[in-house]
Write a new protein. Structure first.
Length: 184
């Protein structure tokens, strides 16, 4: 049975393999509006919100995403929950108290063949209101291209896994395998 550290190392290698194959990496941060309920229910809502974001964004990246043959050209997202650390993450007062500061980091891998005509971080800046806002589950999205130190960025996104606070079952990997997809 693999330990969290072994899984952590495998996720880094999986991501580096995609980057070496030409995928363009971005660090994504998802800040959420207040979600009430148990920890489990809050996790489910956050996961669902990220999955909905991914589905919406997918149509801007891949033409006809329901077509089976393009599945291998989908962007990839590896995400995990995180909590603020005073010295690293600069949160507003509202963001640090909402959901006890819980947010998600992810590594978004844009495929080499992509219909998006602008860099992902620019697109999300320009279209923030489509994916996030006060009336949506996601309060704010932030994307930064990873131009060097990819391993360090991946480690940062998954640091709660490395620390043992987040288990493998809480990691979100998109796209889901076809058997997990509706009608798959």
């Amino acid at each position: 049975m693999s330990t969290n550290k072994e899984y952590f190392d495998e996720w880094i290698e999986w991501t580096m393999t995609a980057i070496n194959a030409g995928y363009e990496p971005y660090m994504l941060t998802f800040m959420f509006n207040q979600m009430y309920g148990s920890e489990r229910r809050t996790n489910e809502r956050m996961t669902t919100a990220i999955e909905e974001f991914y589905k919406q964004l997918l149509t801007r990246i891949v033409r006809k995403p329901r077509k089976g043959s393009v599945y291998t050209e989908f962007p990839r997202l590896l995400a995990a929950p995180d909590w603020p650390v005073n010295s690293h993450l600069k949160l507003s007062a509202e963001e640090s108290t909402v959901n006890d500061g819980k947010h998600w980091h992810g590594i978004f891998l844009l495929p080499p063949r992509c219909r998006m005509q602008v860099a992902l971080h620019r697109y999300l800046e320009e279209h923030q209101g489509k994916y996030a806002g006060k009336t949506k589950p996601i309060m704010r999205l932030h994307a930064v291209p990873i131009e060097r130190t990819e391993r360090k960025a991946i480690g940062y996104a998954l640091k709660q896994v490395d620390r043992g606070r987040v288990g493998q079952s809480e990691i979100l990997l998109l796209p889901k395998v076809r058997s997990e997809m509706p009608g798959g």
